[in-house]
Design a protein around this ligand. Sequence first.
Ligand SMILES: Cc1cc2nc3c(=O)[nH]c(=O)nc-3n(C[C@H](O)[C@H](O)[C@H](O)COP(=O)(O)O)c2cc1C
Length: 291
Amino acid sequence: MSDFHINTETCSKCGICVDVCPANVIEKNTNGIVAFKQENIAICLGCGQCMAVCNTKSIFAKGLKYETDLFEFADTESFLSLLQHRRSVRRFKAKAVSKEEIEKILQAVSYAPHGDSHQHVEITVVNSREKIMEALPLMSAFFDKLAGWLHNPFMRKMIQFKKGKHTLNTLNNHLLPRIERGVYRDFSFEYDGITRGASTLLLFHADKNSEEHIEDAYIFVTYAALAAEALGLGATIIGLVPAAINKSAELRKIFQIPENHETVVSLIVGYPKYKYKRGVKRELKKINWLN
Ligand SMILES: Cc1cc2nc3c(=O)[nH]c(=O)nc-3n(C[C@H](O)[C@H](O)[C@H](O)COP(=O)(O)O)c2cc1C
C-alpha cells in the first residue's frame, strides 16, 4: 500500500482534509472524489492534520498509521489535555475575534516568564482581515524575490553568512519548494497560504538590541496560542510573516513596526472551522537521562 492513499469506500468526500492541509497536497476532483495531488506529494509536511481531522479514518499520508501515529483524546479538563488538543489551525470561520477575547489572550501572555527584568517584546494586534489583505501581495512578492536569491550562489552565501547554515537549510528545504509551487501566491479574503484567511494577526517585535527578546517572543507566542485554544479559538504560529516584514519597509509601514525593531514571530488567530477528533503522536528527538 502506498504511503499516501485514500480508502474511497469509507471516504465521505467531505473535503475537510483538503481544507486543512497546509501544503496543498490533497484535492477534490470534479466528481467530488478526494485524492492526493501526485505532483505535490513531495512537499507533504507529514503533519498528520488530514488524519487528525478525518471523520472516517479514510486518509493515509506519508506512511502514518492511525493505530501507532495518532491518539484519541483523553480527559478534556486538565491542562495536559489542553496541550493534547491544541493543533495549528489553518482554516477559520468567517467570524472576527472580539477585542475582549484578544484582551484575554494578551492577559495570559502577561503571565509568561521573561528573560530580562524589563519587558522588551511589544505586541501589535492586527484585528482586521482587510489590513492583513493589504499586506499579503507584498509578502507574496517578497517570497518570489527570496526564491530568486536562493537560486543565486552569491546570495546563498550571503544568507548563510548573515543568518547561518540552519536558516539557509530551512529556506532551501522547507520554503523554496512551496514558493515554487505557488503556495504563497494564492490569496483571497477567505483564504491564503500565508495567514490562512485568519481575521487576526498578532506580531511580536522588539528593539533588535534588547536583551533576550527572541526567547521572550517565542514564549509569549506559545502562551498566546495556548490561551487561544483555551478560549475555544484556534491559532497557528507563523514564521513566514516576520521574515517578510523584516525585509520590507512597506510592510513595516502597514503594520507600524518601528524602524529599530525586528519582528520575531507572529500568530494567526480565529475561530476554527473544524474540530480535530484526535491528536498526532510525535516522538521527541532524543531524551538523555542522567540519573
Ligand atoms: C517557529 C515556528 C514557525 C512556524 N511557521 C509556520 C508558518 O509559517 N506557516 C504555518 O502554516 N505553520 C507554521 N508553524 C506551525 C507548524 O507547522 C506546526 O506547529 C507543525 O506543523 C505541527 O502541527 P501542530 O501545531 O498542529 O502540532 C510554525 C511553528 C513554529 C514553532
